[in-house]
Design a protein around this ligand. Structure first.
Ligand SMILES: [Zn+2]
Length: 279
C-alpha cells in the first residue's frame, strides 16, 4: 500500500499499475510474464497476458475502441461492461460509464453539486478494487489523490456501481469518474445522472462486506480477517449497531474447523448476509 493512501485490500486478481507507482506496488503484484505492448491504434486482434493465475486479453482500437494499452482502459459510454472477468462482478445488465482515455473525445458539461457530492461518496470507497492504480489519462499524477473532510483518498483503484431507478440495469464507472467530472468537465449520460440522483448511497463498509462474502465465502480465514479489519476501520465506518454482529461472525469464522467447517462457515455467512441486506 502506498503511504498515505487509504486503500483497502484489493479483491480483484486483475492488476493495474502505472509507471510512477509500479515499483512501490511491486510487492502487491503477482509475477508478470511478458509486458504489455504499446501497439497504438492499428493492431487487428488481441494479446493474452498472464497475471499470476489469470489471463487478461487486451483488445484493440478498431471501429469500436474497447481497451487500450499501457495500463489504461477506454470503453464507450453505455456499452456492455466487460472489464472484470469475475462472473459475480459481471453478473446482470451492466453498462459502462466514464471509462475515459485521451484517444476518444467525451461530452463536456457541468453537473449539480449535489450529484458531485454523491459521486465523491461512492468513489472514495470503490468496489471491485484492483491491485494497483489506474492513472488519469489527462494528468500525470498516479495514484490520483483527493482530500475532503475525511482525509486523503486515492482514485483509480476500483469501480462504482449505480443501479438504474428501475434496477433493471446497473451503470459501472471507474472511481476516477469523480476526477473526470470535477477536473475535466466530463458529462456522464443522462440515464446515469438520473440514476445517481435517485440513489440512496449505501454504507460503503456494508457494501464491502457483501462483496467480500461473495468473493471469500469459501475461504473462512480470509473472510474472518477482512471482517475483523473493517470493524476496526473508521473510514469507512461500519454502523455501530452492526459492529457486534460482524465481529462475532469474524470470530466464529476464525474457529470454524473440523469436517463440517465449510457448513459452519456457510451458516455464519448466510446469517450475516441476511442481517446486512435487510437494512
Ligand atoms: Zn486528470
Amino acid at each position: 500500500m502506498i503511504a498515505g493512501c487509504k486503500t483497502p485490500p484489493a479483491t480483484s486478481s486483475r492488476s493495474r499499475t502505472c509507471s510512477p507507482c509500479s515499483s512501490r506496488l511491486a510487492r502487491w503484484l503477482p509475477s508478470r510474464i511478458g509486458r504489455t505492448r504499446n501497439l497504438g491504434n492499428a493492431a487487428p486482434t488481441g494479446v493474452n497476458e498472464r497475471y499470476g493465475d489469470s489471463t487478461i486479453t487486451h483488445g484493440w482500437y478498431d471501429s469500436e475502441p474497447r481497451f487500450s494499452f499501457d495500463c489504461m482502459a477506454y470503453y464507450k459510454d453505455l456499452t456492455r461492461y466487460e472489464y472484470s472477468n469475475d462472473p459475480f462482478k459481471r453478473a446482470g445488465e451492466l453498462y459502462n460509464v466514464g471509462w475515459l482515455e485521451r484517444c476518444a473525445s467525451y461530452p463536456k458539461g457541468a453537473i449539480d453539486p449535489d450529484m458531485t457530492a454523491k459521486l465523491l461518496a461512492l468513489c472514495k470507497f470503490p468496489v471491485n478494487r484492483y491491485m494497483g492504480w489506474h492513472g488519469c489519462h489527462f494528468c500525470s499524477e498516479c495514484p490520483l489523490r483527493i482530500t475532503d473532510s475525511e482525509g486523503e483518498f486515492c482514485l483509480g483503484d476500483g469501480e462504482i456501481r449505480v443501479p438504474a431507478k428501475d434496477e433493471r440495469v446497473t451503470y459501472v464507472a471507474p472511481n476516477l469518474i469523480y476526477h473526470y467530472v470535477v477536473t475535466h468537465e466530463y458529462l456522464p449520460p443522462d440515464v446515469f445522472l438520473d440514476s445517481l440522483r435517485a440513489l440512496s448511497v449505501p454504507n460503503p463498509a456494508v457494501v464491502w462486506i457483501l462483496e467480500w462474502i461473495e468473493g471469500f465465502q469459501n475461504q473462512p480465514p480470509i473472510l474472518s480477517h477482512l471482517l475483523d479489519w473493517i470493524v476496526r476501520r473508521d473510514k469507512p465506518s461500519l454502523p455501530a449497531e452492526l459492529r457486534g454482529s460482524v465481529l462475532e461472525a469474524a470470530n466464529e469464522l476464525k474457529v470454524a474447523v473440523g469436517s463440517d467447517a465449510q457448513e459452519q462457515a456457510e451458516n455464519i455467512v448466510n446469517r450475516l448476509k441476511s442481517l446486512l441486506t435487510k437494512r
